[in-house]
Design a protein around this ligand. Structure first.
Ligand code: SAM
Ligand code: SF4
Length: 452
C-alpha cells in the first residue's frame, strides 16, 4: 500500500471551492450513498461560508440517519501499559518522557479496571497500550481473556476492540483467536516526510504502519479500523489519504475499513511538540461530514478528546461511535494518574447518555454483529442492503434498556425510558416491534443479552 502523495497534492492544488450549483450536484450524488471521488471530497473540504457549510452538514446528517438511524454506540478505552519504546513527538507516553512513572497492569488490575468500566454501564472496551517487549502479544491476549472473564452483577464486556502497535501476521493470528472485535491502528499522518520527523523507534517505519492492516487481514482479521491524528499535517491531505487507503483495501480485499477514527491532537504532559497544522472546530466538523459522505457505510469514532458541545454537533453529521467516561492511563479508572493526553469531555457515562437522549439520539451498547459473525464482507452486505436499521435499532433499544435497568440514575432512567418509547415507534416492521417489546419485558424481569 502506498499513498500517491503527488496525486493527492495535485488534486488539492487544483481544487477550486465549488459554487452553489456544483455543490448541489456533488451533494445530490453523495446522497445516493455511493461515496465520492477524491476530487469531489477535496471540493467539499473547500466549501466556505455558513450557507454552504450548512448544506454539507445537512446532507451528511441525512446520509447518517438513513444508514445508522440516530444511534451512537458507546465504549470506553482501557489502557494496559504506558511503557513505550517509541518516541512519538505528540504522545505523553513517548520514551524520552523520563518524568512519567510507568505502569503495566497486572491481570488482577485488568480485572479491577474492567469491573469499574462495567459498572459505568459499558459493554465494549477499546484496549490501548504502548509498544514494549513487556507488553507482548501473549500478555495482551491474556488481558483480553481476563476482560471477557470479568463479570460484575449483570454486567460483562462483550466486545474488546484493540488499538496496539503494528505487528506481524503471527501476532495478529493470536489476536484473532482470542476473539477481538475491531483491530484499530492509525497512520497518524500519511505524509511521509512529516511521519519521519515525528517518530523515533520501530514505529518510525512508515511501511510497517501503513501495511499493518494487510497483515491483520492475512491473519483473518477482516474487521479493522484506520485513522489519522489530526494536527500533524494538512487535514485535507489526510482526509484524501484516508479515502485512498480505504479504497485500496476495498479493492484488494473486498472489505473497506469498519471504522475511521478522527482523533485531534491534545496537549499532553511533557509534550513540547505543538501541532504544525492545528485543525479549527469548523474544519474538523467539515472533515467529519465529508468522510461521512465519502465512505457512507464506514463507522466513525469520536473520543473524549473533544468537548461536549462539539461532540453534540459531530453526532448529528457523521459520528456513529463515541467513548464516554474515559481515562487515558493504565489504572486511571481507580487512581488519578497522568494520562496519554488531556481529555475534554469529562462527563460520566450517565450524563453523556442523558445528553444524547435530549438530542434525540439513541445511545447503544450493542455488540451483536460481531458475535453473530456479521463482520467484514458480511457486515458490509447487510449495511448496504439497509438492514442495519432493522437489526440495529432493536438491538440498540435492548442494550440501552439494560443500561437503564442496571446502571442509570433516576434522571437518566426517566429520559431513557422516554427515548425507548420513541424508538419503539420507529421500528417499521410490526413483528420485530412486538418481539422487541416482549424482550424489553424480559430484561425488566432480569434476563440479559437478548440480541437479534
Ligand atoms: N501505541 C499504539 C500506537 O501508537 O499505534 C497504540 C495506540 S496509542 C495508545 C493511541 C493513539 O493515541 C495513537 O495512535 C495516537 O493517534 C493518539 N495520541 C497520541 N498522542 C496524542 C495526543 N497528544 N493527543 C491526541 N491523541 C494522541
Ligand atoms: Fe508509544 Fe503509541 Fe504513544 Fe507512540 S503513540 S509513544 S507508540 S503509545
Amino acid at each position: 500500500m502506498t499513498i500517491d502523495e503527488k496525486k493527492i497534492l495535485g488534486i488539492l492544488a487544483s481544487t477550486e471551492p465549488p459554487d452553489d450549483r456544483r455543490l448541489g450536484c456533488i451533494l445530490a450524488r453523495a446522497m445516493m450513498k455511493k461515496g465520492l471521488s477524491l476530487e469531489e471530497a477535496a471540493e467539499l473540504l473547500a466549501v466556505s461560508g455558513s450557507g454552504q457549510q450548512e448544506k454539507l452538514f445537512s446532507a451528511a446528517g441525512r446520509v447518517k440517519e438513513e444508514i445508522y438511524g440516530n444511534r451512537i454506540v458507546l465504549f470506553a478505552p482501557l489502557y494496559l501499559s504506558d511503557h513505550c519504546v517509541n518516541d512519538c513527538a505528540y504522545c505523553g507516553f513517548h520514551s524520552s518522557n523520563l518524568a512519567l512513572r510507568r505502569r503495566r497492569l497486572t491481570m488482577e488490575a485488568v480485572r479491577g479496571q474492567t469491573g469499574l468500566i462495567i459498572q459505568m454501564g459499558h459493554k465494549r472496551i477499546l484496549l490501548e497500550a504502548g509498544e514494549h517487549p513487556d507488553t507482548s502479544i501473549d500478555y495482551v491476549c491474556e488481558a483480553i481473556r481476563a476482560i471477557y472473564g470479568t463479570k460484575v452483577g449483570n454486567g460483562e464486556i462483550r466486545r474488546v476492540n484493540v488499538n496496539i502497535a503494528a505487528t506481524d501476521v503471527e501476532d495478529y493470528r493470536k489476536l484473532k483467536e482470542v476473539g477481538i472485535g475491531t483491530y484499530q491502528l492509525f497512520q497518524e499522518t500519511y505524509h511521509r516526510e512529516t511521519y519521519g520527523k515525528l517518530h523515533k523507534g520501530p514505529k518510525a517505519d512508515y511501511e510497517r504502519q501503513i501495511s499493518a492492516h494487510e497483515r491483520a487481514f492475512a491473519a483473518g482479521i477482516d474487521d479493522y479500523g484506520i485513522g489519522v491524528l489530526f494536527g500533524l499535517y494538512d487535514h485535507r491531505f489526510e482526509v484524501l489519504s484516508l479515502l485512498a487507503h480505504a479504497a485500496y483495501m476495498e479493492e484488494k480485499y473486498g472489505v473497506g475499513p469498519h471504522t475511521i477514527s478522527v482523533p485531534r491532537f491534545r496537549p499532553a504532559p511533557s509534550v513540547v511538540y505543538s501541532p504544525g497544522f492545528p485543525v479549527s472546530d469548523s474544519d474538523f466538523l467539515k472533515l467529519i461530514a465529508v468522510l461521512r459522505l465519502a465512505v457512507p457505510y464506514t463507522g466513525m469514532i469520536l473520543s473524549t478528546r473533544e468537548p461536549p458541545e462539539l461532540r453534540k454537533k459531530a453526532f448529528g453529521i457523521g459520528i456513529s461511535q463515541a467513548s464516554a467516561g474515559s481515562k487515558t492511563s493504565p489504572g486511571g479508572y481507580s487512581a488519578k494518574e497522568t494520562g496519554q493526553f488531556e481529555i475534554s469531555d469529562r462527563r460520566p457515562v450517565d450524563e453523556v447518555v442523558r445528553g444524547m437522549c435530549r438530542q434525540g439520539l439513541l445511545p447503544s451498547f450493542c455488540t451483536a454483529c460481531y458475535r453473530s459473525k456479521r463482520t467484514g464482507e458480511a457486515f458490509m452486505k447487510l449495511a448496504k442492503a439497509g438492514n442495519i436499521n432493522f437489526l440495529c435499532r432493536p438491538n440498540a433499544v435492548l442494550t440501552f434498556k439494560e443500561f437503564i435497568v442496571d446502571y442509570a440514575s433516576p434522571a437518566a432512567r426517566e429520559e431513557g425510558e422516554k427515548a425507548i418509547a420513541r424508538e419503539l415507534e420507529r421500528i417499521g416492521d410490526a413483528e420485530r416491534k412486538e418481539e422487541t417489546k416482549r424482550r424489553l419485558g424480559r430484561i425488566e424481569k432480569g434476563e440479559r443479552d437478548l440480541y437479534f
